[in-house]
Design a protein around this ligand. Structure first.
Ligand code: ARG
Length: 497
Protein backbone atom coordinates (compact mmCIF):
# COMPACT_ATOMS: atom_id res chain seq x y z
CA UNK A 1 0.00 0.00 0.00
CA UNK A 2 1.33 3.45 -0.77
CA UNK A 3 1.91 5.88 2.07
CA UNK A 4 -1.35 6.90 3.72
CA UNK A 5 -0.40 10.55 3.73
CA UNK A 6 1.15 10.83 0.27
CA UNK A 7 -1.84 11.37 -2.04
CA UNK A 8 -0.50 14.81 -2.88
CA UNK A 9 2.86 13.40 -3.93
CA UNK A 10 3.61 11.64 -7.20
CA UNK A 11 6.32 9.41 -5.78
CA UNK A 12 7.00 7.31 -2.74
CA UNK A 13 9.80 8.20 -0.35
CA UNK A 14 13.07 6.73 -1.47
CA UNK A 15 14.34 3.95 0.82
CA UNK A 16 17.04 6.02 2.42
CA UNK A 17 14.79 9.07 2.88
CA UNK A 18 12.11 6.85 4.44
CA UNK A 19 14.58 5.44 6.94
CA UNK A 20 15.92 8.90 7.65
CA UNK A 21 12.46 10.35 8.13
CA UNK A 22 10.62 7.72 10.13
CA UNK A 23 10.08 7.89 13.88
CA UNK A 24 8.78 4.33 14.23
CA UNK A 25 11.61 3.24 16.53
CA UNK A 26 11.13 5.93 19.17
CA UNK A 27 7.37 5.66 18.66
CA UNK A 28 7.27 2.07 19.98
CA UNK A 29 7.18 3.55 23.47
CA UNK A 30 3.90 5.34 22.68
CA UNK A 31 2.22 2.51 20.76
CA UNK A 32 -0.41 1.83 23.40
CA UNK A 33 -0.78 5.51 24.24
CA UNK A 34 -1.64 6.12 20.60
CA UNK A 35 -4.34 3.46 20.77
CA UNK A 36 -5.75 4.95 23.97
CA UNK A 37 -5.72 8.49 22.57
CA UNK A 38 -7.35 7.34 19.35
CA UNK A 39 -10.07 5.45 21.23
CA UNK A 40 -10.87 8.51 23.35
CA UNK A 41 -10.95 10.75 20.29
CA UNK A 42 -13.26 8.41 18.38
CA UNK A 43 -15.62 7.86 21.33
CA UNK A 44 -15.89 11.65 21.58
CA UNK A 45 -16.57 11.88 17.83
CA UNK A 46 -19.35 9.33 18.27
CA UNK A 47 -20.80 11.28 21.23
CA UNK A 48 -20.80 14.33 18.98
CA UNK A 49 -22.73 12.43 16.30
CA UNK A 50 -19.78 12.33 13.90
CA UNK A 51 -18.97 8.62 13.92
CA UNK A 52 -22.01 6.30 13.90
CA UNK A 53 -22.32 3.63 16.54
CA UNK A 54 -21.59 0.69 14.27
CA UNK A 55 -18.57 2.43 12.80
CA UNK A 56 -17.22 3.15 16.27
CA UNK A 57 -17.73 -0.47 17.25
CA UNK A 58 -15.66 -1.68 14.29
CA UNK A 59 -12.94 0.91 14.87
CA UNK A 60 -12.61 0.09 18.56
CA UNK A 61 -12.57 -3.65 17.87
CA UNK A 62 -9.80 -3.18 15.31
CA UNK A 63 -7.79 -1.03 17.75
CA UNK A 64 -8.21 -3.60 20.51
CA UNK A 65 -7.12 -6.43 18.21
CA UNK A 66 -4.04 -4.41 17.41
CA UNK A 67 -3.37 -3.87 21.12
CA UNK A 68 -3.59 -7.64 21.66
CA UNK A 69 -1.09 -8.33 18.88
CA UNK A 70 1.17 -5.63 20.31
CA UNK A 71 1.04 -7.16 23.78
CA UNK A 72 1.81 -10.56 22.30
CA UNK A 73 4.90 -9.01 20.72
CA UNK A 74 3.71 -9.69 17.19
CA UNK A 75 3.96 -6.19 15.79
CA UNK A 76 6.92 -4.99 13.82
CA UNK A 77 6.77 -1.63 12.12
CA UNK A 78 9.06 -0.92 9.21
CA UNK A 79 10.41 2.35 7.84
CA UNK A 80 7.73 2.35 5.15
CA UNK A 81 5.59 3.99 7.83
CA UNK A 82 6.38 7.56 8.81
CA UNK A 83 5.37 6.90 12.36
CA UNK A 84 3.19 4.85 14.66
CA UNK A 85 0.25 7.12 13.87
CA UNK A 86 0.33 6.16 10.22
CA UNK A 87 0.80 2.49 11.07
CA UNK A 88 -2.21 2.39 13.37
CA UNK A 89 -4.51 4.31 11.06
CA UNK A 90 -3.43 2.24 8.04
CA UNK A 91 -3.99 -0.92 10.03
CA UNK A 92 -7.47 0.05 11.13
CA UNK A 93 -8.33 0.89 7.52
CA UNK A 94 -6.95 -2.45 6.39
CA UNK A 95 -9.10 -4.26 8.93
CA UNK A 96 -12.40 -2.41 8.54
CA UNK A 97 -12.19 -0.61 5.20
CA UNK A 98 -11.64 3.04 4.38
CA UNK A 99 -15.31 4.02 4.63
CA UNK A 100 -15.24 3.26 8.38
CA UNK A 101 -11.53 3.26 9.23
CA UNK A 102 -11.15 6.49 7.29
CA UNK A 103 -13.17 8.23 10.02
CA UNK A 104 -10.72 7.74 12.88
CA UNK A 105 -8.65 10.82 12.14
CA UNK A 106 -11.58 13.23 11.69
CA UNK A 107 -10.87 16.57 13.36
CA UNK A 108 -7.41 15.45 14.45
CA UNK A 109 -3.90 16.08 13.21
CA UNK A 110 -0.76 14.12 13.90
CA UNK A 111 0.45 17.33 15.48
CA UNK A 112 -1.97 17.17 18.39
CA UNK A 113 -1.91 13.36 18.28
CA UNK A 114 1.82 12.98 18.89
CA UNK A 115 1.74 15.44 21.80
CA UNK A 116 -1.12 13.65 23.49
CA UNK A 117 0.73 10.34 23.16
CA UNK A 118 3.89 11.84 24.59
CA UNK A 119 2.05 13.49 27.47
CA UNK A 120 0.25 10.24 28.32
CA UNK A 121 3.57 8.41 28.37
CA UNK A 122 5.48 11.04 30.33
CA UNK A 123 2.80 11.39 32.99
CA UNK A 124 2.97 7.63 33.67
CA UNK A 125 6.72 7.68 33.86
CA UNK A 126 6.81 10.76 36.08
CA UNK A 127 4.52 8.96 38.51
CA UNK A 128 6.78 5.90 38.35
CA UNK A 129 9.87 8.00 39.05
CA UNK A 130 8.11 9.80 41.89
CA UNK A 131 7.15 6.46 43.38
CA UNK A 132 10.72 5.18 43.18
CA UNK A 133 11.97 8.43 44.67
CA UNK A 134 9.74 7.98 47.72
CA UNK A 135 11.29 4.52 48.09
CA UNK A 136 14.73 6.06 48.11
CA UNK A 137 13.74 8.69 50.67
CA UNK A 138 12.23 5.94 52.85
CA UNK A 139 15.47 3.98 52.61
CA UNK A 140 17.46 7.07 53.67
CA UNK A 141 15.08 7.65 56.57
CA UNK A 142 15.33 4.03 57.71
CA UNK A 143 19.13 4.13 57.61
CA UNK A 144 19.12 7.49 59.41
CA UNK A 145 16.93 6.04 62.21
CA UNK A 146 19.62 3.43 62.86
CA UNK A 147 22.40 5.99 62.90
CA UNK A 148 21.32 9.04 64.91
CA UNK A 149 24.22 8.48 67.31
CA UNK A 150 26.77 7.31 64.75
CA UNK A 151 29.41 10.01 64.90
CA UNK A 152 30.96 11.01 61.63
CA UNK A 153 33.47 13.54 60.39
CA UNK A 154 32.03 16.43 58.37
CA UNK A 155 34.24 17.86 55.65
CA UNK A 156 34.50 21.18 53.88
CA UNK A 157 37.10 21.51 51.10
CA UNK A 158 37.67 17.81 51.75
CA UNK A 159 39.25 18.73 55.12
CA UNK A 160 38.10 17.91 58.66
CA UNK A 161 35.42 20.48 59.54
CA UNK A 162 33.05 19.55 62.39
CA UNK A 163 31.74 16.51 64.18
CA UNK A 164 28.52 15.26 62.61
CA UNK A 165 26.43 12.11 62.52
CA UNK A 166 25.71 9.65 59.78
CA UNK A 167 21.95 10.20 60.22
CA UNK A 168 22.34 13.94 59.75
CA UNK A 169 24.23 13.33 56.50
CA UNK A 170 21.63 10.87 55.20
CA UNK A 171 18.78 13.26 55.99
CA UNK A 172 20.49 16.09 54.14
CA UNK A 173 19.89 14.11 50.96
CA UNK A 174 16.44 12.98 52.05
CA UNK A 175 15.61 16.71 52.13
CA UNK A 176 17.11 17.29 48.69
CA UNK A 177 15.13 14.36 47.28
CA UNK A 178 11.96 15.73 48.86
CA UNK A 179 12.50 18.87 46.79
CA UNK A 180 13.01 16.65 43.75
CA UNK A 181 9.70 14.98 44.55
CA UNK A 182 8.00 18.38 44.78
CA UNK A 183 9.52 19.36 41.44
CA UNK A 184 8.27 16.12 39.87
CA UNK A 185 4.76 16.82 41.13
CA UNK A 186 4.88 20.42 39.83
CA UNK A 187 6.15 19.19 36.50
CA UNK A 188 3.40 16.54 36.42
CA UNK A 189 0.74 19.20 36.83
CA UNK A 190 1.98 20.88 33.64
CA UNK A 191 2.37 17.58 31.76
CA UNK A 192 -1.02 16.09 32.54
CA UNK A 193 -2.98 18.46 30.27
CA UNK A 194 -4.90 17.68 27.13
CA UNK A 195 -3.59 19.02 23.80
CA UNK A 196 -5.98 16.87 21.72
CA UNK A 197 -8.43 18.83 19.59
CA UNK A 198 -5.91 21.53 18.68
CA UNK A 199 -5.79 20.24 15.09
CA UNK A 200 -2.69 20.90 13.03
CA UNK A 201 -2.19 24.38 14.53
CA UNK A 202 -5.42 26.36 14.36
CA UNK A 203 -8.23 24.06 15.52
CA UNK A 204 -10.89 22.31 13.44
CA UNK A 205 -14.30 23.01 11.94
CA UNK A 206 -15.50 19.57 13.12
CA UNK A 207 -17.73 19.88 16.17
CA UNK A 208 -15.35 18.25 18.66
CA UNK A 209 -15.54 18.32 22.46
CA UNK A 210 -12.12 18.75 24.02
CA UNK A 211 -13.47 18.51 27.57
CA UNK A 212 -14.75 15.02 26.79
CA UNK A 213 -11.37 13.64 25.66
CA UNK A 214 -9.81 15.36 28.63
CA UNK A 215 -12.13 13.46 31.00
CA UNK A 216 -11.86 10.18 29.14
CA UNK A 217 -8.09 10.21 29.45
CA UNK A 218 -7.87 11.50 33.01
CA UNK A 219 -6.19 14.81 32.23
CA UNK A 220 -6.35 17.60 34.80
CA UNK A 221 -7.02 20.35 32.25
CA UNK A 222 -6.55 21.55 28.69
CA UNK A 223 -3.65 23.04 26.82
CA UNK A 224 -6.13 25.48 25.38
CA UNK A 225 -4.39 27.54 22.73
CA UNK A 226 -4.06 25.35 19.64
CA UNK A 227 -0.68 26.79 18.61
CA UNK A 228 0.71 26.22 22.08
CA UNK A 229 -0.82 22.75 22.31
CA UNK A 230 0.83 21.51 19.12
CA UNK A 231 4.14 23.29 19.16
CA UNK A 232 5.04 23.75 22.83
CA UNK A 233 7.65 21.36 24.18
CA UNK A 234 8.59 23.30 27.34
CA UNK A 235 6.87 20.59 29.39
CA UNK A 236 9.25 18.02 27.88
CA UNK A 237 12.23 20.24 28.64
CA UNK A 238 10.90 20.73 32.16
CA UNK A 239 10.68 16.96 32.54
CA UNK A 240 14.32 16.57 31.50
CA UNK A 241 15.36 19.49 33.72
CA UNK A 242 13.55 17.99 36.71
CA UNK A 243 15.20 14.63 36.06
CA UNK A 244 18.57 16.32 35.63
CA UNK A 245 18.37 18.08 38.99
CA UNK A 246 17.31 14.83 40.63
CA UNK A 247 20.19 13.00 39.02
CA UNK A 248 22.66 15.68 40.12
CA UNK A 249 21.62 14.96 43.70
CA UNK A 250 22.08 11.24 43.07
CA UNK A 251 25.47 11.93 41.60
CA UNK A 252 26.66 13.85 44.67
CA UNK A 253 25.56 11.06 46.98
CA UNK A 254 27.45 8.67 44.69
CA UNK A 255 30.57 10.85 44.93
CA UNK A 256 30.45 10.77 48.74
CA UNK A 257 29.85 7.05 48.99
CA UNK A 258 32.59 6.34 46.48
CA UNK A 259 35.13 8.24 48.53
CA UNK A 260 33.93 6.67 51.73
CA UNK A 261 34.21 3.17 50.22
CA UNK A 262 37.93 3.56 49.58
CA UNK A 263 40.19 1.41 51.75
CA UNK A 264 41.65 4.66 53.11
CA UNK A 265 38.27 5.80 54.44
CA UNK A 266 36.44 2.52 54.98
CA UNK A 267 33.35 4.37 56.31
CA UNK A 268 30.92 2.36 54.20
CA UNK A 269 30.87 -0.82 52.16
CA UNK A 270 28.55 -1.67 49.30
CA UNK A 271 26.70 -4.97 49.38
CA UNK A 272 28.27 -7.49 47.02
CA UNK A 273 25.25 -7.41 44.73
CA UNK A 274 26.05 -3.79 43.87
CA UNK A 275 29.79 -4.25 43.43
CA UNK A 276 31.94 -5.65 40.65
CA UNK A 277 35.41 -7.14 40.61
CA UNK A 278 38.42 -7.14 38.33
CA UNK A 279 39.47 -9.42 35.49
CA UNK A 280 43.04 -9.53 36.81
CA UNK A 281 43.19 -8.22 40.40
CA UNK A 282 41.54 -10.89 42.53
CA UNK A 283 41.37 -8.66 45.60
CA UNK A 284 39.13 -6.06 43.97
CA UNK A 285 35.68 -5.02 45.13
CA UNK A 286 34.68 -2.10 42.94
CA UNK A 287 31.79 0.22 43.83
CA UNK A 288 31.22 0.63 40.10
CA UNK A 289 27.44 0.96 40.29
CA UNK A 290 28.02 4.28 42.05
CA UNK A 291 30.51 5.31 39.40
CA UNK A 292 27.86 4.59 36.79
CA UNK A 293 25.25 6.66 38.61
CA UNK A 294 27.75 9.52 38.63
CA UNK A 295 28.69 8.90 35.01
CA UNK A 296 25.15 8.54 33.76
CA UNK A 297 24.25 11.95 35.17
CA UNK A 298 26.10 13.30 32.13
CA UNK A 299 23.64 11.44 29.94
CA UNK A 300 20.69 13.24 31.55
CA UNK A 301 22.34 16.65 31.15
CA UNK A 302 23.15 15.76 27.56
CA UNK A 303 19.47 14.99 26.95
CA UNK A 304 18.43 18.28 28.53
CA UNK A 305 20.91 20.23 26.42
CA UNK A 306 19.80 18.32 23.32
CA UNK A 307 16.18 19.23 23.97
CA UNK A 308 16.92 22.88 24.66
CA UNK A 309 19.03 23.17 21.53
CA UNK A 310 16.56 21.24 19.41
CA UNK A 311 13.62 23.44 20.30
CA UNK A 312 15.09 26.92 20.64
CA UNK A 313 15.08 27.94 16.98
CA UNK A 314 11.96 26.14 15.78
CA UNK A 315 9.29 28.53 14.55
CA UNK A 316 5.88 28.30 16.15
CA UNK A 317 3.73 25.55 14.78
CA UNK A 318 4.76 21.94 14.37
CA UNK A 319 8.03 21.36 12.52
CA UNK A 320 9.56 17.96 12.01
CA UNK A 321 12.45 18.92 14.32
CA UNK A 322 10.04 18.27 17.17
CA UNK A 323 9.86 14.61 16.21
CA UNK A 324 13.41 14.32 17.54
CA UNK A 325 12.39 15.46 21.04
CA UNK A 326 11.18 11.98 21.90
CA UNK A 327 14.66 10.47 21.66
CA UNK A 328 16.44 12.47 24.40
CA UNK A 329 13.26 12.59 26.46
CA UNK A 330 13.01 8.79 26.60
CA UNK A 331 16.71 8.40 27.31
CA UNK A 332 16.56 10.91 30.11
CA UNK A 333 13.59 9.14 31.70
CA UNK A 334 15.29 5.75 31.37
CA UNK A 335 18.51 6.90 32.97
CA UNK A 336 16.67 8.56 35.81
CA UNK A 337 14.54 5.48 36.48
CA UNK A 338 17.42 3.03 36.50
CA UNK A 339 19.82 5.24 38.48
CA UNK A 340 17.17 5.83 41.11
CA UNK A 341 16.37 2.17 41.41
CA UNK A 342 20.00 1.17 41.81
CA UNK A 343 20.69 3.94 44.34
CA UNK A 344 17.71 2.78 46.41
CA UNK A 345 19.17 -0.72 46.49
CA UNK A 346 22.62 0.57 47.38
CA UNK A 347 21.34 2.68 50.27
CA UNK A 348 19.13 -0.08 51.67
CA UNK A 349 21.96 -2.61 51.73
CA UNK A 350 24.88 -0.31 52.55
CA UNK A 351 27.11 -1.37 55.42
CA UNK A 352 27.90 1.58 57.69
CA UNK A 353 31.16 1.14 59.55
CA UNK A 354 30.46 3.17 62.71
CA UNK A 355 33.71 2.19 64.45
CA UNK A 356 35.78 3.36 61.56
CA UNK A 357 33.93 6.67 61.47
CA UNK A 358 34.46 7.18 65.20
CA UNK A 359 38.15 6.25 64.97
CA UNK A 360 38.78 9.02 62.48
CA UNK A 361 37.47 11.64 64.95
CA UNK A 362 39.73 10.54 67.80
CA UNK A 363 42.74 12.81 68.23
CA UNK A 364 41.71 14.98 65.28
CA UNK A 365 41.55 18.77 65.53
CA UNK A 366 37.91 18.79 64.46
CA UNK A 367 36.71 20.03 67.86
CA UNK A 368 38.45 23.39 67.35
CA UNK A 369 35.21 25.29 66.63
CA UNK A 370 33.57 24.04 69.83
CA UNK A 371 36.65 24.95 71.82
CA UNK A 372 36.57 28.50 70.44
CA UNK A 373 32.80 28.75 71.03
CA UNK A 374 33.28 27.49 74.59
CA UNK A 375 35.72 30.35 75.21
CA UNK A 376 32.98 32.73 74.06
CA UNK A 377 30.20 31.27 76.19
CA UNK A 378 32.21 30.29 79.29
CA UNK A 379 35.16 32.68 79.37
CA UNK A 380 33.71 35.83 77.85
CA UNK A 381 36.20 36.20 75.00
CA UNK A 382 34.98 37.76 71.78
CA UNK A 383 34.74 35.16 69.07
CA UNK A 384 37.72 36.56 67.13
CA UNK A 385 39.88 36.53 70.27
CA UNK A 386 38.86 32.94 70.93
CA UNK A 387 39.50 32.01 67.30
CA UNK A 388 43.06 33.45 67.43
CA UNK A 389 43.74 31.68 70.68
CA UNK A 390 42.56 28.29 69.45
CA UNK A 391 44.30 28.67 66.09
CA UNK A 392 47.55 29.27 67.93
CA UNK A 393 46.92 26.25 70.17
CA UNK A 394 46.17 24.14 67.08
CA UNK A 395 49.53 25.11 65.59
CA UNK A 396 51.27 24.18 68.81
CA UNK A 397 49.46 20.84 69.07
CA UNK A 398 50.55 19.96 65.54
CA UNK A 399 54.17 20.86 66.36
CA UNK A 400 54.12 18.79 69.53
CA UNK A 401 52.13 15.93 68.03
CA UNK A 402 49.38 16.15 70.66
CA UNK A 403 45.67 16.77 70.38
CA UNK A 404 43.44 19.55 71.69
CA UNK A 405 42.04 17.23 74.36
CA UNK A 406 45.55 16.95 75.88
CA UNK A 407 45.49 20.67 76.79
CA UNK A 408 44.94 21.84 80.39
CA UNK A 409 43.28 25.03 81.68
CA UNK A 410 46.78 26.26 82.51
CA UNK A 411 47.87 25.93 78.86
CA UNK A 412 44.91 28.06 77.83
CA UNK A 413 45.61 30.65 80.52
CA UNK A 414 49.24 30.92 79.44
CA UNK A 415 48.36 31.25 75.77
CA UNK A 416 45.69 33.87 76.46
CA UNK A 417 48.08 36.08 78.39
CA UNK A 418 50.78 35.68 75.77
CA UNK A 419 48.51 36.33 72.81
CA UNK A 420 45.77 38.60 74.07
CA UNK A 421 47.35 40.12 77.15
CA UNK A 422 44.63 38.82 79.42
CA UNK A 423 44.03 35.74 81.51
CA UNK A 424 41.29 33.23 81.06
CA UNK A 425 39.42 31.10 83.57
CA UNK A 426 38.32 27.80 82.08
CA UNK A 427 37.24 24.82 84.16
CA UNK A 428 38.71 21.43 83.36
CA UNK A 429 35.25 19.90 82.89
CA UNK A 430 34.31 22.42 80.22
CA UNK A 431 37.61 22.03 78.45
CA UNK A 432 37.21 18.25 78.40
CA UNK A 433 33.66 18.63 77.08
CA UNK A 434 34.61 20.99 74.33
CA UNK A 435 37.40 18.73 73.12
CA UNK A 436 35.56 15.42 73.25
CA UNK A 437 33.69 14.58 70.01
CA UNK A 438 30.58 13.13 71.72
CA UNK A 439 30.31 15.98 74.21
CA UNK A 440 30.99 18.66 71.67
CA UNK A 441 28.23 17.30 69.44
CA UNK A 442 25.87 17.53 72.42
CA UNK A 443 26.76 21.21 72.88
CA UNK A 444 25.66 22.01 69.34
CA UNK A 445 21.92 22.49 69.67
CA UNK A 446 21.26 24.98 66.87
CA UNK A 447 18.30 24.14 64.68
CA UNK A 448 19.24 21.75 61.88
CA UNK A 449 22.50 20.69 63.51
CA UNK A 450 23.50 17.02 63.87
CA UNK A 451 22.56 16.98 67.57
CA UNK A 452 20.54 13.75 67.98
CA UNK A 453 17.49 15.68 69.25
CA UNK A 454 17.58 17.92 66.20
CA UNK A 455 17.97 14.93 63.91
CA UNK A 456 15.08 13.11 65.59
CA UNK A 457 12.94 16.22 65.10
CA UNK A 458 13.86 16.37 61.42
CA UNK A 459 13.16 12.65 61.12
CA UNK A 460 9.63 12.91 62.44
CA UNK A 461 8.91 15.96 60.30
CA UNK A 462 10.13 14.06 57.24
CA UNK A 463 8.06 11.00 58.12
CA UNK A 464 4.95 13.17 58.37
CA UNK A 465 5.67 14.75 55.01
CA UNK A 466 6.28 11.34 53.50
CA UNK A 467 2.82 10.14 54.37
CA UNK A 468 1.35 13.29 52.78
CA UNK A 469 3.42 12.72 49.65
CA UNK A 470 2.38 9.08 49.49
CA UNK A 471 -1.29 10.07 49.53
CA UNK A 472 -0.75 12.82 46.95
CA UNK A 473 0.94 10.34 44.65
CA UNK A 474 -1.72 7.66 45.25
CA UNK A 475 -4.40 10.22 44.45
CA UNK A 476 -2.77 11.04 41.13
CA UNK A 477 -2.14 7.39 40.28
CA UNK A 478 -5.74 6.54 41.16
CA UNK A 479 -7.14 9.33 39.04
CA UNK A 480 -5.18 8.07 36.04
CA UNK A 481 -6.04 4.41 36.57
CA UNK A 482 -9.72 5.22 37.18
CA UNK A 483 -9.83 7.12 33.89
CA UNK A 484 -8.02 4.37 32.00
CA UNK A 485 -10.27 1.67 33.51
CA UNK A 486 -13.28 3.79 32.58
CA UNK A 487 -11.99 4.12 29.02
CA UNK A 488 -11.45 0.34 28.84
CA UNK A 489 -15.03 -0.27 30.03
CA UNK A 490 -16.49 2.25 27.60
CA UNK A 491 -14.54 0.63 24.76
CA UNK A 492 -15.77 -2.84 25.79
CA UNK A 493 -19.33 -1.65 26.08
CA UNK A 494 -19.26 -0.52 22.43
CA UNK A 495 -17.46 -3.61 21.20
CA UNK A 496 -19.81 -6.03 23.02
CA UNK A 497 -23.05 -4.47 21.78
N1 ARG B 1 5.98 11.60 13.65
C1 ARG B 1 5.83 12.95 14.07
C2 ARG B 1 6.48 13.16 15.43
O1 ARG B 1 6.87 12.22 16.00
C3 ARG B 1 4.40 13.36 14.21
C4 ARG B 1 3.83 13.67 12.90
C5 ARG B 1 3.67 15.09 12.57
N2 ARG B 1 4.04 15.14 11.21
C6 ARG B 1 3.61 16.04 10.36
N3 ARG B 1 3.97 15.92 9.17
N4 ARG B 1 2.85 17.02 10.70
O2 ARG B 1 6.62 14.24 15.89
Amino acid sequence: MSGLFRSRLAKEFGDRAARFHTSVVEDLRIFEDDINGTEAHDIMLHDQGIIPRDGLKQILAALEEMRESWLRGEIEIGAEYEDVHEYIEANVIERVGIDVGGMIHTGRSRNDQVVIDMRLRVRDELLGIADQLLELISALIARARENTETLMMLYTHGQHAQVGTCAHYLLSYADAFVRDFQRLMECYSRVNLNPLGAGPIGGTSIDIDRQRTMELLGFDGLVENSIDATSGRDWAIETAATCSILISNLSRVAADLLEWSTVEFGYVELADEYASSSSIMPQKKNPSTLELIRGKSAEAYGCLTELLTMVKGVNSGYCQDLQQTKIPLWRCLDTTQTSLEVMTGIVSTLKVNADRMRERLGGSLVVAVELAEMLVTEAGHSFREAYRLVASLVRECIEKGISLSDLTPADLEKKSIELLGKGIKVRDKELKEATNPEACLMRRRSQGSPHPDQVRGMLSHLEKMMSEYRSLLKERENKVSRAMDGLRKTVESYICQ
